[in-house]
Design a protein around this ligand. Structure first.
Ligand SMILES: [Fe+2]
Length: 427
């Protein structure tokens, strides 16, 4: 009998050990699965915010935590800061910067070792200022350093275990995803830096071209902002908005091929000179065609002087044959031209400009695009860009009589203001 009971006890111990092993195996499998899923998610995303959000979500799931935080390392200041902050106090937490050694995250940065804090209230290193600013009460947490080749990329924290306390396995789980997270952050930061460099270079080139003529200084940059505001009002996707933005910024890049003697000529242009100016959309198109990466932006550039009636150039396309990007740029271009001063006239106020553009709808300009511009203006979404225009007139608000603002428009204006030749406003 004793022998029998002994056998049962032995079996029970074995079963318990097996259950524990099974539990461990399940946990390890969950970690592996989470890390694998993280790898596909983070490497697919080139956007830093999306990458950080993914890492935080996986960390929370893996450790069954109430919340998480990811602080990025700023090499220039040797500090940690929040890039992604959600919730009501999100903006407040973005102001928080931790020096090396400051707070738990700062300490983890300093030592390069993870920390499991079972009771945050009793932990002397806990930076209570963060909780005070966010209104979040941290009970317990794990913080792990995110290192790549020994260099810090940030610190990942999970806060408040749903199960009451975090276990040492949770630390192991977070460590398992630390290197992958550091690589993903590095990749997204590199991509972002390249992206910013690319935009800076385009802006510099375009600004240098615009500056050839003092009256068009900053023109392309403003046209980009107006075009984006229109695209947003029209509900275009993020991808479409990005394409519209760059096409708009580049819309007059072809001016590079127009000699100063013609581009900057005051007064009347000859027929030949005007025909040379009208080449600029085609020149811009050919420049962009040379790069497979820039080709998607070429159509907006090529057709931004086309008009729905077919009176535009270079091809005289009609209606829907004109790509939407170009129809948006046409309206944005005209809005900036009208709200800018010219040698022969003062700038129109935004309300006057909108009134003038309305007169070209729907025969020359797209009605949906125009309405989007009008809504953006009414909502005040154009104001900050208008203020960047040194030539912009204050909005006098009174309704403009068509006759009252009728001014002589030269052929040069026909080019700069994108009015169709032979249209209502050409001389
Ligand atoms: Fe143009």
């Amino acid at each position: 009998m004793e022998d029998y009971q002994g056998r049962i006890a032995e079996l029970e111990t074995r079963v318990a050990a097996l259950e524990q092993a099974l539990q461990q195996a399940r946990q390890q499998a969950a970690v592996l699965q989470a890390v694998l899923s993280l790898s596909t998610q983070v490497f697919a995303a080139s956007d830093l915010k999306a990458t950080l959000t993914n890492i935080m979500r996986v960390a929370e799931q893996l450790t069954d935590a109430e919340a998480s935080a990811l602080l990025l390392y700023d090499e220039a200041t040797d500090e940690l800061f929040f890039e992604v902050a959600t919730g009501e106090k999100g903006e407040a937490v973005k102001e928080v910067r931790l020096k090396r050694g400051e707070g738990i995250a700062g300490r983890v940065l300093q030592t390069g070792e993870p920390m499991l804090v079972p009771d945050a209230a009793k932990e002397p290193h806990h930076a209570k200022a963060v909780d005070a600013q966010t209104g979040f009460v941290t009970r317990n947490l794990i913080a792990v350093p995110l290192l790549l080749d020994g260099q810090p990329k940030g610190v990942l924290e999970v806060l408040n275990a749903h199960k009451g306390q975090f276990a040492p396995e949770d630390v192991t789980a977070l460590q398992a995803m630390a290197l992958l997270s550091a690589i993903a952050i590095d990749k997204a930061q590199t991509y972002q830096a390249l992206h910013e460099l690319f935009w800076d270079l385009v802006r510099i080139i375009v600004a240098a071209l615009d500056a050839r003529d003092p009256y068009t200084r900053g023109h392309s940059e403003r046209v980009m902002h107006y075009a984006v505001a229109i695209a947003e009002e029209m509900g275009l996707s993020e991808e479409d908005r990005q394409r519209v933005a760059l096409s708009a910024l580049l819309h007059d890049i072809g001016k590079i091929g127009i000699p100063d003697g013609i581009l900057l000529k005051e007064g009347h242009l000859t027929e030949v000179e005007f025909s040379i100016i009208k080449l600029h959309p085609e020149i811009g198109f050919r420049i962009l065609q040379q790069s497979s990466r820039l080709r998607p932006y070429a159509d907006g550039v090529r057709y931004h002087h086309e008009r729905l009636s077919g009176s535009g150039y270079p091809l005289g396309l009609k209606g829907d044959a004109i790509p939407l990007d170009a129809r948006i740029i046409a309206v944005a271009d005209m809005f900036d031209a009208l709200t800018s001063q010219r040698p022969y006239r003062q700038a129109f106020s935004p309300a006057e400009a909108i009134s003038l553009i309305r007169q070209q709808v729907p025969h020359e300009l797209d009605e949906t695009v125009f309405q989007a511009l009008q809504r953006a203006w009414e909502k005040g979404n154009l104001a900050s860009f208008l203020s960047r225009n040194p030539f912009v007139a204050p909005d006098r608000q009174e309704t403009t009589e068509q006759g009252a603002i009728g001014q002589t428009v030269t052929q040069r204006e026909a080019f700069n203001e994108a009015f169709p030749r032979g249209g209502a406003f050409s001389a």
